[in-house]
Design a protein around this ligand. Structure first.
Ligand code: CAA
Length: 257
């Protein structure tokens, strides 16, 4: 597939995708969604890829869903087409996905970053859910994922006032995992993804799956799920290799088996 709205590259064992609609600050329209989900799913199926980085430009990760595309929708269009439900494809990926955010991550841009497994932010990043200023509310997960991530008070503040928060505030409230200088953002995200990709792929995937269970179930069920998955890892050659390498004081050589 030839991409017009994203740039797709492979950097060793890391899949790298850059949103590329500079004329619209990477506003998320249907064409971009189709390309992004195709590229993400291709990396997810590629045995040579261990982790994925998703980034935007220096000015904008993404300035939201495409307002001009939504402007003329009526209720029947939105309801019958189940508008925005296709974005759930991003959350069905099984491999670790890192959002590297510089500049604006607003509305759907913030929501897309939150669909990733964690966010590394440049010190220039600005997060917000400004939908209320457009006469709507978040529709790609903002009211739910933001609330779980930063708590009710901060989520209400952001969704009801539409204000933006900077990278330092986003790190303080736990939305982002770390903040780095803007010039080092992509390198840092690739380094983190490379590190993840150097480990056992099934272990990284099961770790992602297990952390995500924390959002879907009770503590006791989550702990039971964790133990079952943990036990199952002892069926992997990579568990033997990892622990043997530690005992032998050498780096492990994981085979993804
Ligand atoms: N949709 C469509 N086009 C957008 C866009 C968006 N979300 N955000 C920016 N653009 C376009 C602008 O229309 C402009 O295009 P033209 O040159 O053709 O006029 C171009 O990108 C550059 O934008 P600005 O001139 O506005 O750039 P700026 O630096 O002055 O301002 C900004 C930057 C503050 C991010 C401003 O562009 C802005 O407020 N954008 C909209 C942010 C927003 O409201 N996002 C939420 C969208 S709704 C949503 O996401 C729903 C949901 O829950 C998923």
């Amino acid at each position: 597939m030839a991409y017009e709205n994203i740039i797709v590259e492979t950097r060793e064992k890391v899949g790298f995708i850059q949103l590329h609609r500079p004329q619209a600050l990477n506003a998320l329209n249907s064409a971009l969604l189709a390309e992004l989900s195709t590229a993400l799913e291709a990396f997810d199926k590629d045995n040579g890829i261990g982790a994925i980085v998703l980034t935007g430009s220096e000015k904008a990760f993404a300035a939201g869903a495409d307002i001009k595309e939504m402007q003329t929708l009526d209720f029947a269009d939105a309801y019958l087409g189940d508008y925005f439900s296709e974005w759930e494809r991003v959350t069905r990926l099984r491999k670790p996905l890192i959002a590297a955010v510089a500049g604006y991550a607003l509305g759907g841009g913030c929501e897309l970053a939150m669909m990733c497994d964690f966010i590394i932010a440049a010190d220039t990043a600005k997060f917000g859910q400004p939908e209320i200023t457009l006469g709507v509310m978040p529709g790609m997960g903002g009211s739910q994922r933001l609330t779980r991530s930063v708590g009710k008070s901060k989520a209400m503040d952001l969704c009801l006032t539409g204000r933006m928060m900077d990278a330092a505030e986003a790190e303080r409230c736990g939305l982002v995992a770390r903040v780095v200088p803007a010039g080092e953002l992509v390198a840092e995200a690739l380094k983190a993804a490379g590190k993840i990709a150097s480990f056992s792929l099934p272990v990284a995937m099961m770790t992602k799956e297990t952390v995500n269970r924390a959002y879907e179930t009770t503590l006791s069920e989550g702990l039971r799920f964790e133990r079952r998955v943990f036990h199952s890892m002892f069926a992997l050659e990579d568990q033997k290799e990892g622990m043997t390498a530690f005992a032998e004081k050498r780096p492990p050589n994981f085979k993804n088996r």
